[in-house]
Design a protein around this ligand. Structure first.
Ligand SMILES: [Zn+2]
Length: 385
């Protein structure tokens, strides 16, 4: 094996061991070896390193089977913290995340849609300073900052390639935010970090193949295979919102006609609604449906039908064991989950795959991107260190 590959393996092993301890603590060395298939020597070396660095501690001796005593290993929870950021068109949410994916504290900050990248990043770094001051945190415990945002992100270089929602193109986010804060920066697409968050600490813990769908300002998906985010060549795998449903359909903001998202996303629903009468918000549209207005019932029912069709397509392509519904529409109107499941999935799901997956609603909800990006930043720290 080449030196480079050996290093990579070492880092991956370290991360795997740490992940298992985090989710199963207190746990014995033997149990870790059994779960990972690594040798006891490797486990002892990794545990030794992590203990020396202050991330792990030996808890009390307990009797194992056959009256043997074995030491259990636990996590020093407060040893590592990271900052998770959910950066969206008109709102930024910033939180401090601990090793278990819990939010120590968080804040929400409005953003004007045409704000320049530099202004946004300066405001973010100021908000982080404030949060740390309020909590009187030991800054050396922060191992990095993770940022999740809508759009195509070059996660390796930390560049926002293209984000319609933010109005950004080729922004070197990681480089600039590191200059401002001094911390290592991880940047990724919001649905990918949200899926990671649900997989590590939310509704899909233990899932081998997770598919997360986001329905809100846009339409998208993310896939987690064996614990890894499925990325594709440009880290844009999962951008189903721009798959073509009807080549002679409505115009999409991307410049193509009949994209899937034109039947589901909030802006499209509002612009369709405004052909009938002035409707300012998505809440007003749902109220019109509630009041029995036929056109509103039609628009929303059609959106729910396309959600079910999307789920069927994803399930046919990836054969996941878990499907998670998330996004602004589902957060605001939780009954969407049940209605899609009861009314539409029974009509549109391919029969052989009917019982092949569990259909969840997001557990981390509006905190999902903060928690997921915070955890991604911790993963990077433990893998690289
Ligand atoms: Zn499109």
């Amino acid at each position: 094996m080449k030196k480079h590959d050996q290093d990579f393996m070492k880092r991956q092993n370290r991360l795997t061991v740490f992940e298992i301890i985090k989710s199963n603590q207190p746990i014995s060395r033997a149990a870790i070896a059994k779960q990972t298939g690594m040798s006891p020597t490797t486990i002892s070396r990794i545990v030794g390193e992590l203990t020396e660095q202050g991330y792990l501690l030996d808890s009390d001796q307990v009797s194992g089977g056959l009256g043997r005593k074995s030491t259990l290993i636990g996590i020093v929870n407060a040893s590592v913290l990271s900052i998770g950021i959910d950066l969206d068109r008109s709102l930024m949410s910033i939180g401090i995340v601990d090793l278990q994916g819990k939010l120590v504290c968080s804040g929400k900050y409005p953003r004007t849609p045409d704000e320049s990248p530099d202004t946004t990043l300066i405001r973010i770094s100021e908000a982080i300073e404030q949060l740390m001051d309020q909590q009187e945190l030991d800054r050396t415990r922060i191992v990095g900052i993770g940022v999740g945002l809508p759009g195509i992100v070059n996660n390796e270089r930390g560049i926002v390639v293209f984000s319609v929602q933010l109005g950004w193109k080729n922004v070197s986010l990681a480089e600039r935010l590191k200059e401002l804060t001094g911390y290592e920066i991880t940047v990724d697409n919001e649905l990918k970090v949200r899926a990671l968050g649900e997989h590590l600490k939310g509704v899909a813990v233990g899932s081998k193949r997770t598919a997360l769908l986001g329905f809100g300002q846009g339409v998208g998906s993310a896939i987690i295979l064996d614990g890894e985010i499925y990325r594709g060549v440009m880290n844009s795998a999962g951008e189903i919102g721009h798959t073509t449903v009807d080549p002679s359909g409505m115009m999409c903001e991307c410049g193509k006609a009949g994209c899937l998202q034109t039947y589901i996303n909030i802006n499209s629903l509002l612009s369709e609604a405004n052909r009938i009468r002035p409707i300012g918000t998505i809440e007003e549209l749902f109220e019109a449906k509630q009041a029995g207005e036929q056109w509103a019932i039609h628009l929303i029912d059609r959106a729910l039908m396309y959600m079910a069709i999307t789920i069927n397509n994803i399930v046919c392509m990836y054969n996941p064991d878990s499907v998670i519904l998330s996004g602004e529409l589902v957060d605001k109107f939780p009954y969407i989950h049940d209605e899609v499941e009861k009314i539409y999935l029974s009509r549109f799901l391919w029969e052989p795959l009917r019982d092949s997956f569990v259909f969840h609603r997001s557990k981390l909800n509006e905190n999902g991107v903060m928690i997921g990006s915070g955890l991604l930043s911790q993963n990077r720290f433990f893998a690289l260190e």
